[in-house]
Design a protein around this ligand. Structure first.
Ligand code: AMP
Ligand code: MG
Length: 335
């Protein structure tokens, strides 16, 4: 018995003292590039392989485009039984953010979103088709009663503006359960920075320049926070009229949001909240979004647009500090 205890003690000490190694993995999942950097004592490769498999299964769970997914079936039948707590939980959360943002974030836009089908079609739909799809849209048509879900007026669910945030949160929980606390998960602009880089410093996170894909507007140092960006520069096409048609739909008009904003970044402790609000703030525009952000605790945001002289304007919530860096954009921080 004593020997066993010694061995156990020795084993845990060796684990404790063994140096942290850096593990990284990048692959396409969820229609986006998922990239993870994790500091872990040993077995990091296996851990990250498991994480990527998990990401794939969550994407199947939450996607409305995958024909083998639960949401696809619900949209087809206009009803469904929510057997998996993770699905009912995310649908309820999405309805919560729809009410909080007065419908700017709307999980019931599936018919309009699939009509535009920005990723593959690149055509402006006919005005009457948009009007028809709008009649079949809106979160008020999504009725949840316990585990029963009903979709009125042929509405459909699209959780694309919140699912990635929830998924990175679930992936972060998985890493922590496995004893890994220092990591960065980046799912195409939805990030969680947990713990420290190499136990030494906060993670340094770039905020993308919406006008130049390979550039950054600045950096922010974060630990134990999520940071999510919504913008008009990732998924879009240029119409015959020369206008940009992107993937964030104004639930009032059924057309891509056209309020001058090009990018909204939200920082929060909760990745689901950061994802839902980055889309919602983009739809709401700076004035409305700032009012709501200042009412919420622990939510900060950075808005980027161009003014009438084509000058870049960066506007932030009160909790953000912004210092110019020579030749390197801005250094952002949380007060
Ligand atoms: P995000 O990149 O998080 O801003 O989410 C954009 C995705 O959410 C789109 O590709 C659509 O699937 C969906 N979406 C578009 N407009 C809205 C909206 N107003 N409310 C909720 N989801 C939306
Ligand atoms: Mg979002």
């Amino acid at each position: 018995m004593k020997i066993l205890i010694y061995i156990l003690v020795l084993f845990s000490f060796s684990n404790f003292f063994s140096p942290l190694k850096k593990y990284t993995k990048t692959e396409m999942v969820m229609g986006t590039v998922l990239s993870v950097t994790a500091f872990h004592t040993q077995g990091g490769e296996k851990l990250l392989n498991e994480l990527f498999q998990l990401a794939e299964s969550y994407e199947q769970l939450f996607s409305s485009r995958r024909e083998d997914g639960v949401i696809f079936g619900i949209n087809k039948n206009s009803s469904g039984i929510l057997k998996d707590d993770k699905i009912s939980d995310l649908i309820n959360q999405s309805l919560y953010y729809a009410v909080l943002t007065d419908g700017a974030f709307d999980p019931g836009l599936y018919r309009v979103i699939s009509l535009w089908d920005i990723e593959s079609k690149q055509i402006i739909p006919k005005i009457e088709d948009i009007a028809f799809a709008m009649k079949e849209s809106g979160y008020k048509n999504v009725i949840v009663n316990g585990e029963h879900l009903q979709l009125l007026h042929n509405a459909g669910l699209d959780l694309g503006a919140i699912a990635k945030g929830r998924i990175i949160g679930l992936l972060a929980d998985f890493l922590k359960e496995k004893g890994c606390y220092d990591f960065l998960i980046n799912a195409g602009g939805d990030l969680i920075a947990s713990g420290l880089y190499d136990k030494k410093r906060e993670w340094n996170i770039a905020i993308a320049d919406p006008y130049n894909k390979n550039e950054t507007i600045g950096f922010i140092k974060l630990s134990d926070k999520s940071i999510v960006t919504s913008g008009d520069y990732e998924r879009y096409f240029i119409g015959d009229d020369g206008k940009r048609y992107h993937h964030i739909i104004d639930p009032v008009t059924g057309y891509p949001v056209d309020n001058g904003l090009n990018s909204v970044t939200v920082i929060s402790d909760n990745p689901t909240e950061a994802d839902a609000l980055s889309t919602a703030f983009f739809v709401m525009g700076i004035d409305r979004a700032l009012k709501l952000a200042e009412k919420l605790t622990g939510v900060e945001a950075v808005f980027i647009k161009k003014d009438e002289h084509d000058e870049i304007q960066i506007i932030t919530t009160q909790g953000i500090i912004m210092k110019p860096q020579t030749g390197n954009g801005f250094e952002f921080g949380i007060k």
